[in-house]
Design a protein around this ligand. Structure first.
Ligand SMILES: O=c1ccn([C@@H]2O[C@H](COP(=O)(O)OP(=O)(O)O[C@H]3O[C@H](CO)[C@@H](O)[C@H](O)[C@H]3O)[C@@H](O)[C@H]2O)c(=O)[nH]1
Ligand SMILES: [Mn+2]
Length: 662
């Protein structure tokens, strides 16, 4: 609730920025992270890369780095294609004022401008050029390997002769476009942004620390190559949807009065592939429109991992200092460097090696922090604790658009990861109440806490979906009768609270059905994701297990996508999470039937019926579980619940009922 006290909504004046600072705009280094060519297809990755290369910003001041934790030559090949394609795409974007600047997203919806025949022809040529490139990339990705012919195209491919596996290889660093090279120009002769491919060294005996590990390697490597004072990082599925975002962010950093206080500017993580009623509740409407502005109002937005502009020095661990004034002009002079691309490739190699961070502060006081599934949250918190203010900026046209999971299981697993991370933070010295004490305002510490405590929420939820129903079946009354005056305050609070949530949801852009779906996911997450997360974290604290990082899949079969579009819940795989969901759904169905029997037998005493609240709760659970029953018994498509889960859950539910009754 504390995040609802004082939300801040910000806006920018980009014309003033360019009026005052166009000549001294700072360099921007953009990091894109990818980790697996199978679930993060190279064609998607390069669309993100192209979209950020095409920002409306002086190209010589942009440098784009791709970190490939998949160490895949398929991704490298796609990057080569992207480098070639950018020579056509960037001038095209400027000429046609293209928006968004991810070619895939643009051509999916844009219509050919027919007014001027010359332009129309240019447009369709471009579309063809893109589609041909996409086809080449998709073909090689499907085949899983490259032809000899392609391998001959670039010296970089020879690196893969030394690659044992994704987890065992040397650093591969290739400067695909060297922005300082006078020959690196597009078809209109304009400079191109620098483009770098990096697969940091991986060895089985060294922990690679997942995404923060990749980001830290990029921070070091980029400091040698372009050293832009502002760093933007995006996940490989988060393309830029707004060519003005860099300028938006600079409006904050370059503000004369307050700018020097700002450590980072976070844009919301908006999703591209949402359906109208958002069946898996991935839109985070309320989070975007109310909660994050509330963080901002309480002392600073949190850093959520993607779509965030950082000051390089804050990421490197610098404390905020009132006296310090950013010298943007000086940066330009510093760029007057030095080694050729091939020399740079050699000297930077060591910066991305496994051993570089040994006995250093990297991952602790420098760079992104290691050891937590929500590395971004603790990194953001640490920056705030070092005195920096952070900004949340949600422009009308979304700055970035990503891919939300399209199956129930993927959504639940993603939530489990976040929830584990949050609870892990709460149970560690990073806890905002400890770490933030005296460093950030109390209201900001308190704003963080509910998110960190998601995991513990599984306990009351599991209690309310089981115990009242079982007691109903057994004939033990738990709640007061509805005629009891004590029941009134409880019922009204619950009612008002839900009505408020509904109102807020709809005002933030959701639909009625979307809210109902959101309530269902609220329940499902608490019964499964949070439950697993809770025990995983406890096991980890006791030293029995290690937390892992499951990369969210960004592609789906046609069949699955179709069901997603139709908002039909996807079960299809057997997972312990589904067994729990199905068992509890069955249990409530049985108990509800038992409870109804009681009412039907004795209709007159309905008002004084001591079980009415239990019956209502149980009935509500049955109602919200309708998609589960459909998946268990009615549907015939491939997305239905696997038979093994159906049998198992019925058996378990019957068992519990039998125990309850006898
Ligand atoms: O070893 C790894 C694992 C992942 N990634 C990249 O990390 C990003 C996020 O991974 P994803 O599987 O998409 O995780 P999500 O749970 O969807 O990501 C959310 O949660 C993460 C952890 O809080 C944040 O870092 C992300 O920005 C945020 O979108 C992707 O670009 C991956 O390629 C790596 O670079 N190396
Ligand atoms: Mn993601």
């Amino acid at each position: 609730m504390i995040v609802r006290w004082n939300p801040i909504y910000r806006c920018t004046f980009k014309d003033r920025l360019s009026h005052r600072y166009e000549k001294v705009l700072p360099g921007i280094d953009i990091f894109v992270c990818t980790a697996n060519p199978l679930i993060e297809p190279p064609a998607m990755v390069i669309n993100t890369v192209l979209s950020v290369m095409a920002y409306d910003y002086p190209s010589e001041k942009l440098s784009v780095y791709l970190s490939d934790d998949g160490g895949s030559e398929l991704t490298f090949y796609a990057m080569l294609e992207a480098a070639r394609f950018s020579k056509f795409w960037l001038p095209f974007c400027k000429k046609f004022k293209v928006e968004p600047r991810s070619p895939e997203a643009y051509f999916r919806t844009a219509v050919q401008p027919l007014g001027e025949p010359f332009k129309a022809k240019e447009w369709s040529t471009m579309k063809k050029l893109y589609e041909d490139m996409k086809k080449r990339i998709e073909t090689t990705t499907k085949q899983g390997q490259l032809s000899e012919e392609i391998r001959q195209e670039h010296k970089g491919f020879s690196e893969w002769t030394f690659v044992a596996s994704q987890y065992d290889h040397q650093t591969i660093l290739q400067i695909l476009i060297d922005g300082r090279d006078p020959k690196a120009v597009d078809i209109e002769g304009q400079t191109l942004p620098t483009l770098v491919y990096l697969a940091r060294e991986k060895r089985p005996q060294y922990h690679h620390s997942f995404k923060p590990g990749a980001m830290n390697a990029l921070i070091r490597v980029s400091s040698r190559i372009s050293n832009g004072p502002i760093i933007l990082n995006v996940d490989c599925d988060m393309y830029s949807n707004n060519s003005q975002s860099v300028r938006d962010a600079l409006c904050f950093f370059m503000d004369e009065e307050k700018g020097r206080e700002f450590g980072f500017v976070q844009f919301p993580q908006a999703m591209e592939n949402l359906t109208k009623n958002d069946i898996y509740s991935n839109s985070f409407h309320v989070m975007k429109m109310v909660e994050l502005p509330g963080f901002d109002g309480n002392g600073g937005s949190s850093y959520v991992g993607s779509g965030c502009f950082h000051r390089r020095e804050t990421l490197r661990g610098k404390r905020y200092n009132k006296e310090h004034k950013a010298d943007w002009k000086n940066w330009i002079n510093k760029l007057e460097v030095r080694e050729s691309a091939s020399v740079l490739e050699g000297t930077c190699n060591v910066l991305a090696s496994c051993t570089y961070e040994e006995n250093t502060q990297w991952g602790k006081e420098m760079g992104l922090k290691y050891g937590c599934r929500l590395d971004d949250i603790i990194t953001g918190l640490a920056i705030q604790c070092r005195g920096w203010r952070s900004i949340y900026f949600n422009p009308k046209r979304s700055g970035f658009l990503g891919v939300a999971p399209t199956t129930l299981l993927e959504s639940l697993i993603q939530q489990k990861g976040w929830c584990e991370g949050g609870f892990q933070i709460f149970a560690s010295s990073y806890c905002p109440l400890v770490n933030g004490h005296k460093n950030i305002p109390l209201k900001l510490q308190l704003s963080y806490c509910p998110y960190m405590l998601w995991a513990a929420n599984c306990l009351p939820t599991l209690y309310y979906v089981t115990v009242p129903s079982i007691f109903l079946l057994r004939g033990i009354s738990l709640f007061p009768e509805i005629s009891n005056p004590w029941a009134l305050p409880f019922i009204s609070v619950i009612f008002i609270h839900r009505a408020y949530s509904l109102g807020e949801f709809v005002l933030c852009g959701g639909t009625l059905l979307g809210w109902w779906n959101d309530q269902r996911m609220w329940l499902f997450k608490r019964m499964t994701s949070y439950f697993f997360a809770f025990f995983n974290v406890i096991l980890k604290l006791l030293g029995f297990s290690q937390l892992t990082f499951t990369i969210t899949t960004k592609v789906a079969d046609d069949d699955v996508s179709q069901r997603y579009e139709q908002e039909v819940m996807e079960f299809s795989t057997s997972s312990p999470m589904f067994t729990i969901l199905a068992t509890l759904a069955m249990l409530n169905a049985f108990c509800f039937a038992g409870g109804m029997k009681r009412v039907i037998v004795d209709v007159q005493t309905l008002v004084s019926e001591p079980f009415i609240l239990q019956i209502l709760l149980c009935g509500l659970l049955v109602l919200i579980n309708i998609p589960v029953y459909q998946g268990l018994f009615i549907r015939k498509d491939n997305g239905r619940m696997p038979t093994s889960v159906t049998y198992l859950s019925i058996m378990c539910a019957l068992l519990v009922c039998t125990i309850a009754l006898y």
